[in-house]
Design a protein around this ligand. Structure first.
Ligand SMILES: *Cc1c(COP(=O)(O)O)cnc(C)c1O
Length: 449
């Protein structure tokens, strides 16, 4: 009986409710739903059927499939370069400049003066040379690609000397020794987990050696009885032996950092004074731009990398190049407040306190909160274990566990942090322009106590 009342797909999809929606997708969803329905009726799991509910079901599924899965959210964790939340943000203006490139034809590979084929990388190279005083530069998909491409170009079937203490795994299963292996380089491990000396590098050099490499430890630190060799010394040694010196900086920052973060972490500009063979770093960690791997150094070496066929597989799109060029121009113009990563890092405690108090005040009738001075991390494999001061709002609930509150906030696209069993909203990473939105969401969630 019930089976008979189920509509045929052909007729069902002509319902006026589906007008304006893509017929092929509606048909596909309807087929699935109707077939499920039939199955459930046969198994006596369903005893009644309402066509209007089925229509609603199909439309909900249609909306679910066609709405974007990537969503903006409020990062209240305090971790600035948050690996899971999209790393660095771009300023609206940076994007607007790139908008024109993405929506128009452009001179990506066209020499406007000669009226003939030009070089894709020339545009960004010009800005990077100006900013970093490097002989040449190259940009690839990400820093992982940069490492791979460099090793593949110079160390295939040759030895590259690396300290055991720097053979790290960086999240997303990027393991330095495995990447080296895949690139065809022969890894020559030296030193011990906690200590590596310059003489270890010296002793490892033989006729098969091509490169002395240093890797930024990124997400861990060896404390206690430990020592590593400064890139400066590795670089000098490499020069004496006519070898390539290369530092995979991971994050890499252009200028000084606040809160003494730059201690033991020379900036790219400082390292360039050393006249290194090659450096590489990420575009969207402390640099604060878009995902990319930036390689700078000697012209002669970079022109060899450009000849590697692999570059074609790792090359970047015009949008990436346009965005990166805008970011580098911001550095050149010293408009660093338009680089959100740096702006967040440099926001004063007073300003964070003011924002926290303002949100606290707006919530005072519905929620008990406390303004706390605490610490956070930069994140993203930058400045490992270095705490920076921050201000957070602690949400106080008698009857709810912290992880329950965290989940409710998360369902409303606010990602918080739990510290000592308390749910914190950290103002270091809450954007100024999101404060009102944050207040409204919190009011909506907690208005009923
Ligand atoms: C982050 C990091 C990488 C990988 O960079 P991506 O831009 O994520 O590809 C490589 N090496 C080090 C030392 C890093 O910290």
């Amino acid at each position: 009986m019930l089976l008979k009342s189920i509509p045929k797909v052909d007729r069902f999809i002509t319902n006026i409710a589906f007008e304006g929606l893509a017929k092929s997708l509606i048909t596909k969803i309807s087929k699935e739903k109707i077939s499920n329905l039939r199955e459930n009726i046969l198994q006596n799991k369903i005893l009644s059927f309402d066509e209007n509910l089925l229509i609603k079901d199909v439309i909900d599924e249609y909306k679910n499939i066609t709405s974007s899965s990537l969503k903006p959210l409020i990062n209240a964790t305090g971790i600035i370069v948050h690996t899971n939340l999209g790393r660095s943000l771009l300023h609206k203006e940076t994007l607007e400049k790139a908008f024109n490139i993405a929506t128009s034809y452009n001179n990506l590979e066209y020499d406007l003066q000669k009226g003939q084929r030009g070089e894709r990388y020339e545009h960004i190279t010009k800005s990077l040379k100006e900013l970093l005083d490097c002989e040449d530069a190259l940009v690839v998909n990400n820093n992982a690609s940069a490492v791979f491409l460099i090793l593949n170009t110079f160390c295939k079937n040759k030895e590259v000397v690396v300290s055991r203490g720097e053979l790290v795994e960086i999240g997303g299963s990027f393991r330095v020794p495995e990447v080296m292996n895949q690139s065809g380089a022969i890894l020559k491990e030296i030193g011990t987990t906690n200590k590596t000396h310059l003489r270890d590098y010296e002793n490892a050099i033989c006729e098969k050696t091509s490169m002395l490499m240093k890797v930024h430890k990124s997400n861990y630190e060896i404390v206690g009885f430990s020592s590593e060799v400064k890139f400066e010394d590795i670089s000098n040694l490499a020069k004496q032996h006519n070898l390539i010196d290369y530092y995979d900086m991971g994050s890499g920052h252009i200028d000084e950092l606040p809160y003494g973060l730059g201690k033991n972490e020379p900036s790219i500009k400082e390292l360039m004074k050393q006249n290194p063979s090659l450096l590489s770093f990420s575009g969207d960690k402390l640099l604060g731009s878009v995902q990319a791997g930036i390689i700078i150094g000697k012209k002669e070496l970079i022109s060899k990398i450009k000849k590697n066929q692999l570059l074609r597989m790792l090359r970047v799109d015009k949008i990436t190049l346009a965005l990166l060029e805008e970011s580098i121009n911001l550095y050149l113009k010293n408009e660093l407040d338009k680089i959100p990563t740096l702006k967040m890092l440099n926001t004063s405690i007073e300003m964070l306190e003011n924002r926290a108090k303002k949100v606290q005040k707006s919530l005072e009738n519905i929620l008990k909160t406390e303004v706390l001075n605490t610490n956070t991390l930069v994140g993203g494999g930058t400045t490992p274990n270095r705490k920076i001061p921050t201000v957070a709002l602690s949400l106080e609930f008698k009857d709810f566990k912290a992880n329950k509150i965290e989940k409710i906030l998360r369902d409303n696209l606010i990602i918080s942090r739990i510290e000592n069993d308390k749910v914190l909203l950290d103002f270091r990473t809450i954007l100024e322009e999101d404060l009102e939105k944050l207040e409204n969401i919190l009011k909506e969630i907690f208005k009923n106590g």
